[in-house]
Structure formats: structure tokens, C-alpha cells
Design a protein around this ligand. Structure first.
Ligand code: NAD
Ligand code: TYD
Length: 339
């Protein structure tokens, strides 16, 4: 099998590349990535040692370039991780989110049509459903929940999902979509909650919790997301959406306190800052469909996953120290200085 993984120099895409190279010794993987601030070649260091892996730098919304690549490579499957992925950045400047997340997806699907790709898998998010109330713990997102995105990021992902389903209906493009809850694990860019808090706690810096910290996210260890996508591209039904989540809800405050406890740092580091505009209250996935149809189940509990993740950040200081010394510094200043 010859697979194109877009956005593979980012967090989940890179974990997926390692997962697939380790599991399928005869699969070939090409990673296409623009190397934005969120993409790092150092993340793929071990993959470069594998002769079945190739990296190509490029933009998924660059039609001429994408068509040339498809023509040359003869892909069987495309897994589209490439995206602008951070809600706070989308609030600051939405435009690139539309270009990459919507137009980029369209360009990839046009190429997939022309070159007869056997499966186009779109990696989406539970954020397309909007949020759930805090006082209805029984309510969950199913695949039938209406799309009601709150942020420019989630609106761009929802738009892409609709386009993917339209390409299935109109052109019979063999698509699947997965909508996963919040991931955590190795190579997670430190603008997101868990790596941000680990790194700031390690440096004895204040931990900025938005609002009152009661917002709930449904956390999944990244490897479990990768195993779900693996199952979907091999056995998922064309034209279907699969929710992915581990029934692992935590308030942000619980997550931050767990990290502090694991690191032996004081809770006094927690600093409540101005809330995110339009902040989604709660995400919670009902994963029954993927469990019943494909037999998927998560393997890593939150307790185990957070320990593994913290250890990874302790063991891989070089990776994140390089990242937080660059553009990241300006970003942090812009985003947090007046909160
Ligand atoms: P990330 O920001 O860590 O990585 C995104 C990657 O895409 C980067 O390597 C970046 O360089 C690349 N990229 C950006 N624009 C590109 C373009 N125009 N052309 C080619 N490459 C480009 O994101 P992530 O957290 O790994 O998320 C990957 C996907 O999974 C996204 O589609 C996201 O919506 C989805 N998702 C993420 C989560 C989560 O918790 N992080 C949960 C569910 C779904
Ligand atoms: P984030 O990791 O940005 O993921 P998403 O918004 O896509 O779920 O944020 C997770 C939660 O943590 C969200 O409720 C916002 C909150 N948060 C903070 O409280 N402080 C922070 O500095 C960040 C980045 C997020």
C-alpha cells in the first residue's frame, strides 16, 4: 500500500506515520507538509531512517504542485491531517484556516478523483458539533449530532466535512471521515493545553487557565487515535463518519492539577486568565459506532497516558526547547500578555 499522509510533520500526523511504519513493514508512506510553525522536521527524525518513508515539502492548497505529486506517486490512500489546528490562532486570524482547511481539502480531493485514489480519509474533529452543556453529563456527540461549530477553526473543519460528504454523493469519491476528541501525547505542540502546562510547570512559570477552568474536554491518547484511523482506512465503510473518543472527560482544572501533582509542583502556579471568546463548554464523544462496527477500543487510560506524556516531555527537552525559542515566543506574548 502506498499512502499519502498530509500534515505528517505535526502532532497527530507524525504519530500516525510512526504507528503505520512500525505496524506495516511493506507499506510506503509519503508525508506532504508545508512546515508551518506547527510542523517540525525534527519530529520525523526516526522516520527518515526508514527506506519506506519519504518527505515532500509543499502546500495542500497548491493545485499544480498537488496534481504533480499525485501523478508521480500513484497513491492508494490519502489521509488528510494537514490543517491549521489551534482555536486561539483562528480567533486571531481566520483566513489561513479557510485556505488550508477548506480549499486544501478540496484540492486534495480533486487530485484524488483524477488519480483514482481508493480511499480519501479526512481527519476531522468533534469540535464540528459545537459544545454540550455542563449540567447534562448524559449528553454525548453522536455521528447524527447536527454540526454547530463555534470557532473559525471548527467552522472551517465543518465546512471541509460537508465538502467531503458532497464529493462522496456527487462524484462517488471513496471517502471516510473521523471526528476525534482532544488528543494528547508525544510531539504535541506547546500552544495546546497539556504540553503548554507541562512545559510551564517544568519551568516554574504561571499556568494560564482560561475562565474558571470548569470547561470539559474528552481526552484520548494519540496512539489510540492512530489505531482508529488505521481501522477506518482498512475496514470503514465509504461515505461514513466515525466518532472517536475514549469516554475520558476531565475539566481543564483537573488536567492541570494532575500535571502539577505528577511533576511535584505547587498548585499556586495556576493563574486564572480572561476566558477565550466563544469558549466551548464541554466535548464528549459517543464512540459506539466505531466500537460496534470496527471493534475499536482505546488501550491507554488517562492516568497511564498522562504519565507517559510527561515522561516524554522530560526525556525530549531538545525537541520542545528548540520550538519555544522561535516564533512561539512572540505568539505567547501576543496571546497571553493582556489577559
Ligand atoms: P498540528 O497543528 O500539530 O499539525 C498540522 C500539520 O499540518 C503541521 O505539520 C503543519 O505544518 C501542516 N500544515 C498546515 N498547513 C498546511 C498546508 N497548507 N499544507 C500542508 N501541510 C500543512 O495539528 P494536529 O493536532 O496534529 O492535528 C492534525 C489534524 O487532526 C487536524 O486536521 C486537526 O483538525 C485534527 N484533530 C486534532 C485534534 C487534536 O486534539 N489535536 C483532535 C481531533 C482532530
Ligand atoms: P486546547 O488545547 O487549545 O484545545 P481545544 O480548544 O481545541 O479543545 O484547549 C483545551 C482546553 O484548555 C480548552 O478548554 C481551552 C483551555 N486552555 C486553557 O485554559 N489555557 C490555555 O493556555 C490553553 C491553550 C487552553
Amino acid at each position: 500500500m502506498n499512502i499519502l499522509v498530509t500534515g505528517g510533520a505535526g502532532f497527530i500526523g507524525s504519530n500516525f506515520i510512526y504507528y503505520m511504519l512500525d505496524k506495516y513493514k511493506d507499506y510506503k508512506i509519503v508525508c506532504l507538509d508545508k512546515l508551518t510553525y506547527a510542523g517540525n522536521l525534527s519530529t520525523l527524525k526516526r522516520a527518515f531512517e526508514n527506506p519506506n518513508f519519504q518527505f515532500v515539502k509543499g502546500d495542500i492548497s497548491d493545485r499544480v504542485f498537488v496534481f504533480e505529486l499525485f501523478k508521480e506517486k500513484n497513491f492508494d490512500v490519502v489521509v488528510n491531517f494537514a490543517a491549521e489546528s489551534h482555536v486561539d490562532r483562528s480567533i486571531e486570524d481566520p483566513e489561513i484556516f479557510l485556505k488550508t482547511n477548506v480549499i486544501g481539502t478540496q484540492v486534495l480531493m480533486d487530485a484524488a478523483r483524477k488519480f483514482d485514489i481508493k480511499r480519501f480519509h479526512q481527519v476531522s474533529t468533534d469540535e464540528v458539533y459545537g459544545d454540550l452543556p455542563l449540567d447534562r453529563p448524559d449528553s454525548l456527540f453522536t455521528e447524527e449530532t447536527p454540526l454547530r461549530p463555534s470557532s473559525p477553526y471548527s467552522a472551517s473543519k465543518a465546512a471541509a466535512d460537508l465538502l467531503v460528504l458532497a464529493y462522496y454523493r456527487t462524484y462517488k469519491l471513496p471517502v471516510t471521515i473521523s471526528r476525534c476528541s482532544n488528543n494528547y501525547g508525544p510531539y504535541h505542540f506547546p500552544e495546546k493545553l497539556i504540553p503548554l502546562m507541562i512545559i510551564r510547570a517544568l519551568n516554574d512559570q504561571p499556568l494560564p487557565v482560561y475562565g474558571d477552568g470548569r470547561n470539559v474536554r474528552d481526552w484520548l491518547y494519540v496512539e489510540d487515535h492512530c489505531s482508529a484511523i488505521d481501522l477506518i482506512i482498512h475496514h470503514g465503510r465509504e461515505g461514513e463518519v466515525y466518532n472517536i473518543g475514549g469516554r475520558n472527560e476531565r475539566t481543564n482544572l483537573e488536567v492541570v492539577k494532575t500535571i502539577l501533582k505528577e511533576l511535584g509542583k505547587p498548585e499556586e502556579l495556576i493563574t486564572f486568565v480572561k476566558d477565550r471568546p466563544g469558549h466551548d463548554l464541554r466535548y464528549a464523544i459517543d464512540p459506539s459506532k466505531i466500537k460496534n462496527e470496527l471493534g475499536w477500543e482505546p488501550k491507554t487510560s488517562f492516568e497511564e497516558g498522562i504519565k507517559k506524556t510527561i515522561k516524554w516531555y522530560l526525556d525530549n527537552r531538545d525537541w520542545w526547547e528548540e520550538i519555544i525559542s522561535g516564533e512561539y515566543k512572540d505568539y505567547y506574548e501576543r496571546m497571553y500578555s493582556n489577559r
